[in-house]
Design a binder for this molecule. Structure first.
Ligand code: MG
Length: 443
């Protein structure tokens, strides 16, 4: 045995003695860290269906086997709300009862793949309810708000915007000024079109087409909206951020033309200038003008957002958190978008539940590439049912620092506002809008 071999043997002997001691110490450390914290399991999954204001809200509640530990998640698909309930109760609940609550990614993948056919709005919303409730539970366990679990705040508060509509420029400008007095630094201007069922106000006598229903045609809309937005920019000044939502109501060729015409107005962004079926045309829009573009509220499949982000064809990704399956996939979208210089502007109209608005806000706070947040100012009876929502001040949303989402739900009060049918008997679904000639448009 030479000196080297002797030295190696001596070292091995010393390590052999040291390793069990170190391993024992490590095991004791783990035991100390998790003492008193057994992993909760899912004991029950309940669905809260309520319509305190206009939108039908679906919120999932997961109860655990630990007393007082539960969580809430948004599963609101207001146009088909009744279909989400059995998706949760009859399919996800049997899959998940008795499972641990701590494996959020694993649970999301199990739910997503258990239907074999996937990426549809009903199932994605149902998964979102589960997913967000598990994040809420994890935050409550950790005694931290969820944004802390996402890496902590990348900003103090989230910029939000107000939406106003007008049949003409003076009406829109008056309303925008009222919002600016409340501190909003960015305003979405929705434009009515005289005689037509635009995605904005619908006042005055309506045009009669070759069919009995409401009429919309894209050429008059584009002319009217352009004039209104030009006047808004002139009257409201250059400092206010202006947004306009086309709501996919023009043809691809018109989308290119419209985005070019609005370029001098320096919009904060032009939203949904194309439908999801026409997203390949974003290349043409991009090549022809520098108008800032936002897209994504209708997306439910990764193949829809991936090319727009990876090819840098949009400036803001606007997915609806529950529609893509909850916080878990939205977080991945945000991280993907950051790599390509795309900002987030999650979809946040009143048909997102206050739980969903809060989930968005936590992601906004933790995402470096956050751009702006729609909605999030919860008012009236919704604020009585869902306590702990964001505070609004001077154009910004501030999250509470309570554990999880920081939201408690007054379920007794929610039960006093069951779903109600409207005069159209469409059960929350949207009706038809047709062109003058009777052909249906996308809404
Ligand atoms: Mg929109």
């Amino acid at each position: 045995m030479n000196r080297r071999e002797y030295f190696q043997m001596a070292m091995a002997g010393a390590l052999g003695a040291a390793l069990p001691a170190r391993r024992l110490e490590a095991e004791q450390q783990v035991a100390r860290a998790v003492r008193g914290l057994p992993v909760p399991t899912i004991k029950d999954i309940q669905v809260i269906a309520t319509q305190p204001l206009g939108a039908r809200l679906i919120v999932v509640k997961i109860l655990t086997d630990q007393d007082g530990l539960y969580g809430y998640g948004c599963a609101t698909f207001t146009q088909r709300a009744d279909l989400v309930v059995p998706a949760v109760e009859k399919y996800l609940k049997p899959l998940l009862l008795g499972k641990p609550t701590d494996r959020i990614e694993d649970t999301w993948q199990a739910c997503y793949n258990s239907s074999y056919w996937r990426s549809g709005p009903v199932l994605n919303n149902a998964i979102s309810g589960i997913d967000q409730a598990l994040w809420d539970i994890k935050g409550r366990q950790a005694n931290m708000p969820v944004y802390e679990l996402l890496g902590g705040k990348a900003r103090e508060a989230a910029l939000t915007y107000a939406t106003v509509g007008g049949m003409d420029a003076s009406e829109a400008i008056d309303k925008a000024r009222q919002m600016m007095e409340q501190g909003f630094r960015c305003i979405k201007i929705m434009t009515g079109v005289p005689g037509m069922a635009a995605y904005g106000p619908r006042n005055g006598p309506q045009i009669k087409g070759l069919h009995p229903g409401p009429v919309f045609d894209s050429e008059p809309y584009m002319r009217h909206a352009r004039g209104m937005l030009e006047e808004c920019r002139k009257q409201l000044g250059d400092e206010i951020g202006l947004i306009h939502d086309v709501h996919e109501r023009v043809s691809p060729h018109q989308a290119v033309q419209f985005a070019k015409e609005l370029e001098p107005l320096n919009l904060f962004y032009l939203e949904d200038v194309l439908s999801p079926e026409d997203i390949d045309y974003f290349r043409q829009v991009r090549q022809q003008c520098a108008t800032s573009l936002a897209m994504g509220e209708l997306f439910s499949n990764p193949h829809e957002w991936q090319p727009l982000i990876a090819e840098r064809l949009i400036d803001y990704i606007r997915c609806h958190l529950s529609q893509v399956g909850g916080l878990t996939p939205a977080r991945k979208i945000a991280i993907l978008a950051e790599q390509f210089g795309v900002k987030t502007a999650w979809h946040g109209p009143p048909d997102v539940s206050p739980v969903g608005h809060t989930a968005q806000l936590h992601l906004d706070l933790a995402s470096w590439n956050f751009g702006i947040q729609e909605g999030g100012v919860i008012k009236g009876v919704e604020a009585e049912i869902f306590t702990g929502c964001a505070a609004y001040k001077d154009g910004f949303l501030w999250a509470s620092d309570a554990p999880g989402w920081g939201i408690e739900v007054n379920e007794q009060l929610a039960a006093k506002y069951p779903f109600r049918d409207g005069p159209d008997h469409l059960n929350g679904g949207w009706g038809e809008i047709r062109r003058y000639d009777g052909s249906i448009i996308k809404q």
